[in-house]
Ligand binder design. Structure first.
Ligand code: G
Ligand code: MN
Length: 258
């Protein structure tokens, strides 16, 4: 199903900025898959039920397609004088199948103008980790080439704390579930404080996602998280629009004054 959509050119990647809220600067973007469906319009992955495809080879093909497209995009942007790290969502099943690291080195040989540290893989926590040892090995091997890793949706899965302990990563993404009510909910504030503290002990940087208003950003900064992503900053946008957005973005005055 997705293969045909890809062949028909209906799959697109949108990019959502991540910024340092205190400085008003871009720190990277997240690549998000969208399906421009001929009759249903622009669909997000949740709407075309990626979970149902899990463990099928189509997930791997689709994952490979997204990473390949992303490297092509980084290369195109570079030629146009624009550079930023890009993160891609990846499921555990993609990482521990199919000689992932060998495949990734091959693709980097093809896009030899792209520095591996410009790519970050966000491990989606909801995907079950069946074999933590081999996952550790895959991450460790990929990181040797300079590729970065993030634990996505942190706190929503079955064994977040053990992932923090056992899996090497550069970033931890605070799930939007914990950001939604953060301005008024003291328990959520404490939870986020805990995530930031534990991330810092393990030397991983916290990134908050799903920031929809200025006050959520202010609260996150007060709790110690300066890097954020969400509609309050920008919606995911087409690749052509990103350099212009970055040029225009001056930061949120309320955040920069905090
Ligand atoms: O968990 P993950 O980082 O993959 O989530 C990204 C998804 O969240 C994307 O589909 C994106 O469109 C959506 N998203 C991004 N920012 C916001 C936001 O501020 N609010 C909500 N509700 N969704 C967001
Ligand atoms: Mn993500």
């Amino acid at each position: 199903m997705m293969k045909e959509a890809a062949r028909r050119g209906e799959l697109e990647i949108f990019y959502q900025p991540k910024v340092d809220m205190s400085k008003g600067t871009l720190v990277g973007v997240e690549a998000l898959l969208r399906w421009r469906h001929p009759t249903l319009g622009l669909l997000q992955p949740e709407m075309f039920n990626l979970a149902r495809l899990q463990n099928e080879s189509s997930v791997i093909d689709l994952g490979h397609w997204v990473i390949t497209k992303t490297l092509q995009q980084i290369s195109d942007w570079r030629k146009a004088g624009f550079q930023t790290p890009v993160s891609v969502n990846i499921m555990v099943s993609e990482l521990i199948n199919d000689n992932f690291c060998d495949w990734l080195s091959g693709i980097f040989r093809h896009y030899s103008d792209v520095d591996p540290s410009m790519l970050e893989l966000e491990i989606v926590e909801s995907s079950q980790i069946s074999d933590p040892v081999s996952l550790f090995e895959v991450i460790t091997q990929c990181r040797l080439s300079g590729v970065k890793f993030a634990l996505d949706d942190f706190g929503t899965g079955y064994s977040s704390i053990s992932h923090m302990r056992n899996l090497p990563a550069d970033h931890v993404k605070i799930d939007k579930m914990f950001v939604n009510e953060i301005v008024h909910n003291i328990q959520d504030q404490e939870l986020v404080k805990f995530i930031i503290a534990i991330a810092s002990v393990f030397e991983r940087k916290a990134i908050a996602e799903g920031i929809e208003n200025v006050n959520q950003g202010l609260m996150l900064m007060r709790l110690g998280c300066k890097i954020g992503q969400g509609y309050a900053i920008a919606r995911p946008m087409a690749a052509v629009d990103l350099p212009g957005w970055v040029n225009e973005y001056k930061g949120h005055p309320e955040w920069m004054a905090a």
